[in-house]
Design a protein around this ligand. Structure first.
Ligand code: SAM
Length: 272
C-alpha cells in the first residue's frame, strides 16, 4: 500500500515538474498569492506553513510581511524558481519537500496554514484536510484558495477528463475544493469559516483565445499528461480540438484581444 502511494506520488511529482509551471505563475497567476496572504491577516512573527507552495506564490508575499514561512511541496523541482524569486524579493524562507497527505510537521506547529490552488491537487481530500487541521495550532488560521467546479479551471478539468489517464482509486476531482459544501464536509466543526467567498482572477495576458490553451498544453503538467495519453490512444487531434473549442467558449473578450475570468473560492477560518 505504502509503495503504491509512493509510486502514485512519484508520478504526480514528475507531472508537476514537467512543462514550465514557474512561467505560468509569472504570466498570470501572481495576484493569487498576495490575495490569500492578505485575507489570512498574515503578519510579522507569525509561523506560517504553505502547503503545495510550488514556486512560493503565497509563501513569498507571506514572508514579505515579516512572517516566518515554510514553503512545502511534493515537487522540489519547483523550489529553484521559488528560491530565485525569494532572493529577488529580499526574503528568506524554508523550502521543504512534503506530501500534503502526510505532512512531516508536528501537531499544532503553525499559527497559519495556507494553500493557494495547491493542496486541492492531492488525490485524497479528507487526508489533506485532516493534515491541515493537525499542523495548525488551536485558535490558528487555515486559508485556502481553490478553483471552483463551475469556473474556468473546473470546466477545463471536465474537458480534459475523458482524455486523461484513469484517476487512482479513491481520488476526488481537484476543483471540488472550490465547493463550499465540500469544504464543510471535509472540515466539519473543526474550522469556523469567517470567509467563504468566490472571486475572479481576470486574465488579459493572451492575445488570441486559443493562446490560453497553447500555454497550458506547453506548460501545465495535468494538460501535458492528458495530451500524452490522448496521443497514445490516437486521439491527439480530438484533444486539440476540444481545447480550442474550450478557449473560444470561455473567452470573455474579443477574437484578437482575449480576456478570461477564472473563478476561485477563498476560504479562511479559525481552527477550533
Ligand atoms: C497549481 S500548483 C500551485 C502552486 C502554488 N501554490 C501557486 O499558487 O502557484 C499545484 C501544486 O501542488 C503540488 N502538489 C500536487 N500534489 C501534491 C501533494 N500530494 N502534496 C503536496 N503538493 C502537491 C504541485 O507540486 C504543485 O506545486
Amino acid at each position: 500500500m505504502a509503495s503504491a502511494d509512493a509510486e502514485l506520488k512519484g508520478k504526480h511529482r514528475k507531472m508537476w515538474a514537467s512543462g514550465d509551471y514557474p512561467s505560468m505563475v509569472e504570466t498570470f497567476l501572481l495576484p493569487l498569492g498576495p490575495r490569500l496572504v492578505e485575507a489570512c491577516g498574515i503578519g510579522p512573527g507569525m509561523k506560517v506553513l504553505d502547503v503545495a507552495a510550488g514556486t512560493g506564490n503565497a509563501s513569498i508575499p507571506a514572508a514579505k510581511t515579516g512572517a516566518e514561512v515554510t514553503a512545502s511541496d511534493l515537487t522540489p523541482e519547483l523550489f529553484d524558481a521559488g528560491r530565485e524569486r525569494a532572493k529577488a524579493e529580499g526574503v528568506e524562507l524554508e523550502w521543504v519537500e512534503a506530501d500534503a497527505e502526510n505532512l512531516p510537521f508536528e501537531d499544532g506547529a503553525y499559527d497559519v496554514v495556507i494553500s493557494s490552488i495547491g493542496a486541492m491537487f492531492a488525490p485524497h481530500h479528507q487526508e489533506v484536510a485532516d493534515e491541515l487541521v493537525r499542523v495548525c495550532k488551536p485558535g490558528g488560521k487555515i486559508g485556502l484558495l481553490s478553483w471552483t467546479p463551475e469556473g474556468q479551471i473546473g470546466g477545463f478539468f471536465k474537458t480534459m477528463g475523458p482524455f486523461a489517464p484513469p484517476p487512482p482509486p479513491g481520488a476526488q476531482p481537484p476543483p471540488l475544493w472550490g465547493s463550499e459544501d465540500h469544504i464543510d464536509e471535509l472540515f466539519g466543526d473543526r474550522v469556523d469559516w469567517q470567509t467563504l467567498e468566490r472571486d475572479l482572477l481576470e486574465i488579459t495576458a493572451f492575445e488570441k483565445p486559443r493562446d490560453w490553451g497553447e500555454h497550458f498544453k506547453q506548460r501545465y503538467g495535468p494538460t501535458i499528461a492528458a495530451r500524452a495519453n490522448a496521443e497514445k490512444e490516437g486521439r491527439a487531434d480530438e484533444f486539440d480540438k476540444a481545447i480550442d473549442d474550450f478557449c473560444d467558449e470561455w473567452n470573455q473578450g474579443k477574437a484578437d484581444d482575449a480576456r478570461f475570468e477564472m473563478e476561485y473560492l477563498l476560504a479562511v477560518g479559525t481552527r477550533e
